[in-house]
Structure formats: C-alpha cells, structure tokens
Write a protein that binds this ligand. Sequence first.
Ligand code: PEP
Ligand code: MG
Length: 767
Amino acid sequence: MSILKVLRQIVQDVSTAPDLNAVLAITVGRVQKAMQTEVCSVFLHNQDTARYVLRATHGLNPEAVGKVSLSPDEGIVGLVAKRAEPINLEDAFMHPSFHYIDAIGEDLFHAFLGVPIMHQRKVLGVLVVQQRDKRRFDESEEAFLVTLSAQLAGIIAHAHATGSMQTESLDGAPSEIRKDIRYDGVAAASGVVIGEIVVASIPADLDSVVDRDAEDIEQEKADLKRALVAVRKDISEVSKNLAGRISKDENALFDVYLRMLDDNALPSEIYAKIDQGSWAQGALREVILEHVRTFAAMDDPYLSERSTDIKDLGKRILQHLQEDMGDRQTVYPENAVLLADELTPAMLGLVPDGKLSGLISVTGSGNSHAAILARSMGIPTVMGVVDLPFRRLEGERVIVDGYSGRIYVNPSTELVQAFSRIVIDEQIVADELKELRDLPAITKDGYRLPLWVNTGLAADVGRSLEQGAEGIGLYRTEIPFMIRDSFPSEQEQIESYRTQLEAFAPRPVTMRTLDIGGDKALPYFPIEEENPSLGWRGIRVTLDHPEIFMVQVRAMLRASEGLDNLRIMLPMVTSVSEVEEALRQIDRALAELKEEGYKIKKPPVGVMIEVPAAVYQTRRFARLVDFISVGSNDLTQYLLAVDRNNPRVAGLYASYHPAVLKALDFIVHEAHKERKHVSICGEIAADPGGALLLMAMGYDVLSVNANNLPKIKYAIRNVSFSRARQLLLSVRSLHDAEEIHQELRQSLKAFGLSRLTRPMIPEQKKH
Ligand code: PEP
Ligand code: MG
C-alpha cells in the first residue's frame, strides 16, 4: 500500500474512534504495524501536573500506562516536548538526556524516534517509536511519523476535549459528569447567561441527532416500527414505479435495501440499543453511522460505495421518526440556550420569543451573520466551540460567557453565583442606559453625531425604535429572504419593506440590495463554492440576475411611495462598471414605475466600501452616487485576508489593525472631497472605543446594532470631541492591534466609561 494510503487509512480509523483511549490505542497499534517497529507509544501532556504521561503503548509494559510520566526536563521524551522538534537517535542509551525508568521495560530498545504532537502552537504530547537494533530511522520514516502526528493532533485534541466531560473512574463504570467543564470558542455577542441547552437538530440529518434517554422504551420501539413500515412501503412503491424503466440489475438495489430493513438485519441492532435505554433517533444514528464507517473503510470500491446507501436508508427512517415527533410539541425551558453545529440566521426563530437566552455554535466565528444577528438581539453568544461534543449536551445546564467566548457545562454553585453577579450588574447598566432613549448623541463640547441602526430581523424595528434610533443605516434585506422556501414576490417584498419605511418615517431607511453568497445562503438558491468569500457574492449575483434585482428594486421603490424616506445601498462593489450598471437598472425601474402611474421620488443611492479595491476608488464612486457607507466587517476580512467565519483564524481578525484604521481614515477623507456623506455600518461602530475613533475621523453617521446603540450614545455624551481627536492621534502612532486595543480600553477608563468595557469575568481552569 502507498504511504499516502496508509496515512489516510490510519487517520480515518482514528477519526471515527469513540473516545480518546480508543484514538490512542488505534494510533499506537497502527503505527507500530505500518512502520514495523517494535514499540510505539504516546505520551500526553497533563495540565494539572505539567508532566507527559504515558497514555498508550504497543511494545512497552502495558501496566505502566497512566502511571509513568516525565517532566519536560526529564528524558528524551521531555526534550522532544521542550524543543517541539523531532529527535531521531541511533542509540537512545547514549544520549545525555536518557532517563531510565524501571517500570516501563524499554531496556531492550536502542533506536528512538520521537515527534511532538502539536496543536495550535502547543505541544499536546509526544509520539514515539523504538526498536531493538541500533539504527537511525531513515528520512522517509521520520517524514511519515511527522506527517501522521500533524494529522492526528487535531483529532487527539478534540477527543481530549470531548472526553473531559466525564470524571475518569478506575473501574470503567459510567462516571459522573464533571462540574464546570470549560470549552473555548470565539466571543460573538457579549453578555452572560445561565441556562439550559437545547440542541437544534437539522431535519433528516443523522449527524445532528442528539443523545437522549428514552422516556418510554415501548413507545420508542413502536415509533421505530412505524417508521420502518413506512420506509419499506416507500421503497417498494418506488421500485414498482421504476420497474420497466430501469434495468433489472438497478432495480435489484431496492431488494438489497429491503433486505437491510428486514427485522433481523439493521432494525434488530437499533431495537437492541433502544432496549439499553436510548431514544429511537439516537439508536438509529449509532447503528447507521457505525455501518457507514465499516463499509466506507472497505478496500473493495463496490462495498465501500454501499456506505452511501446505508446512510440514505438511515436518513429516510429518521425523516419518518421526526415527522411523528412533529406532532408532539417540543417543550422549551425558560432560559433556553440554543446549541447548533452550524448556527444559521434561520435558527434564531426556532425557540419561542422570550425563552431564547443564549446561543452556542460549534462552527462559525465572531462576524458570521448569525453572530451579528445575535448581537442585535442582545443574546450572549459563543461561536466556533470546535471541540464541543454537542450531541451529548441536550438538557445540560450551562453558563455562556459571551465576553470571553467560553462556556461552562454543568456549572458548580460557586461559578453560578459568580456569574449571576455579572448578570445583575449588566441589568443595572442596561436600565440606566434606557433613560438616554430620547436624548441626542452629542458630545460634551456640542458635536452632534447621528446614530442609526442595522436591522434585518422583523423584531429589529421595534427594538430600534425603543432604543431611540434616528434612522436605519443598513437593512439587511437578505435576512427575510433566508427564512423562506422561495424568492418572495414583488408584492410580498413591498409589504415587508413598507413596514420598515412606515415605522421609521420620516427618518431615513437605508435598504441594501440582496447580499447573498459568502455565509448567507438561500435554501432555495444554493451557491456552492470552494471559496465563497471571494466568489459570487452581493452585487455580483444580482447583476447576473437582473430579474431578481429589478423585482427587489421595484418593490423598494413602490414601498416608499408617499413616504420618501428610502435610500438604496449596493453591497460588495469592486468596480465602477458595477456601480454604473446597477444605477442604470435602478433608473430603469424608476422609469417603468412612473410609466405605470406611480408617483415615486428618486431615492438617494449609495455604495458600500467593503473590499480593498473599493477603498482606492472611494472618490470615483462618490462622484457617481449620493452617499458612501463602509462595511467594515467585510473590509477587515479582505484587508487582513482573514475569513470572518473561520474560528481557526478568529484571533487574527483584528478590527483595530492599523491597516484597517488607515483605510477607514482614508475613505472618509476621499468621500468628503466630493462632499458626500459617509456612514459606517460594520460592527466596529458598535464598539464604544471604535465609535469614538470613527467620530473623530469625521464619519457623518454611525449605524450600529440596536442592542449596542445606548452604549454608544452614552460614550459620545460623556466625552468631548477634542478628547476623541486626541485619542485618534495617539492611536494613529501605534503599530499593533493589541496595543491599540489597550490604548482604547485605558482611554475609556480615563473618560469614566469603565461601565462600557467588559466586566471582570471569573476564570475557571480548563480540564
Ligand atoms: C459589513 O460587511 O461590514 C456589513 C455591514 O455587511 P455584512 O456584515 O452584512 O456583510
Ligand atoms: Mg458586508
């Protein structure tokens, strides 16, 4: 077998192992076999003792597993970890760091190759192979082990994190769930909440089925039975309908399906799992996925293909089980914390109003659109908690710390008390800020800055008016498009736009034309791309589909009849030609409507500056349009080349990167040369420090999420414009995002605005 194939096979087997011990056992067994060494062992770092513990071995004394450990200053294993480099020795006994441990039984082995297991710049452990003979492992062997270790690191880290849920019991009996299990993600919406986890399941998706105990075993079995009868019937009908149209061989596949569904085949295993206490969906998932793994690992291509059939069968059964469930109402707890593998804007409506108190997503990052909406709803959110065993967490108590981007499962009374104090303090601040509602955002020295809001969800309008918004700076029209099954008609769009325009009239409402693509998918218009952020997004899609664009623009214009407070904004523009084309279409829509007899005033049209190419053409664009609005979320993503949805690089997504601030400064000056208004609607404006910098730069309007609006108003009302200018000048001389952050934090304190900065968060160690 080729090296690559061996590597793939090992990684595949390891990645489907149920827990950390299995991961390690498979690793040492397979590596020993593939490299034909006498020994393969794994040492893992233990945080509490700061030592490397022998966790699995093939070839050394198995009794030593879990007992023998080395400090980073001990032995060659310690040295590999300390240097974070491979060490390859012909005779380990001759090395000055060699450390003899009686219990381990390595006196026979001379040749030694150890490679560090690195994850996120940290040494997780050391992977070692040893051999009796005195010989140096050759280059290909070293390369093999290094490659394997790099691939296994993520899996080991994940298994480690998910395994830390349970206390380790010595006799292997089911153990208690630990207290205060901390998982780290990305801070996505600030605030703290203590609640109960509800896992969002995706219809007909086996992978997202949660673990749950059966309430009534007989009922679960009856449900399964009904689902199986229904699936068998479906298959027989399809087979009958297709008979004569497809070949006999092809039709034989349906017989195979039916045989698999025979009571003695797959179902018997599922029933057995239900008997052990699982609910039907969980039992189905376990059995199906295990068979899928077995088949997928088979060398024979025909048999390995069958894994798809099994998964398909599983999906069908699941669909029927879920349809049955649909009739029984889900009961949501008060303080529900919705947990999803991939949180989407559409899911925000899953939990009934008033009960949704926190959000957690395994994927996504701080500027994913679900995170932005969560911020506008004021719901504490943590995204990108990549190591979370989400299926096992249904019904667990949890603390969501949206400031640090951490969650604590099964919190202790002490931790709950500590976080409860923050919740109370936050409520006090929020109540005080409510009093600012009807006051203007005006600095101590009389500089007035209009504060507008970003909207998208239906509830945003009410929330925004409550917070005293003076206009809408960004209405993300794609959001209502996302929560539907097909494109809305012109009439449907008119109704929803009219609601926004009427609610705010005579205040301005800036409607952005459809900005889909990237992380905003329409279920009925899928765009599948390798690199969606650089792909078919925003204006690029709508210019290619004038029928969609024209319907939307017509709807906006018609909705504004008699109100005249509409502004239209174009997202993701890169070139002058795009702006010209879009303007032509808007003019055409206007002309058509006039011909049809509508009396519509031409609205101001603006462009968003979201990509670096647009930054350098700001002045050119400003001559063509009526206003400029900066989308700093995307602009930061593109300037820094950091995917805003990828938690792996979330630490590099620096809103206060000097390059970003330079661009923001440049844009406002260029647009003002043409005497055009410049607003900003990215999230940097919703951060008190950012808002002060933007005001000092000369931005004419800040458009922020409704939830943060009072904080921004409070910040502006408590500084003078001249001090904000001084702050900007000192920030301009700094060259590092972290330094700038620090400077902003200190300045906010000096301005007496500490209450707007993040509270002191209790820190709990990670297991
Ligand atoms: C932005 O990119 O800053 C912006 C406001 O648009 P969105 O977040 O919807 O991409
Ligand atoms: Mg954008």
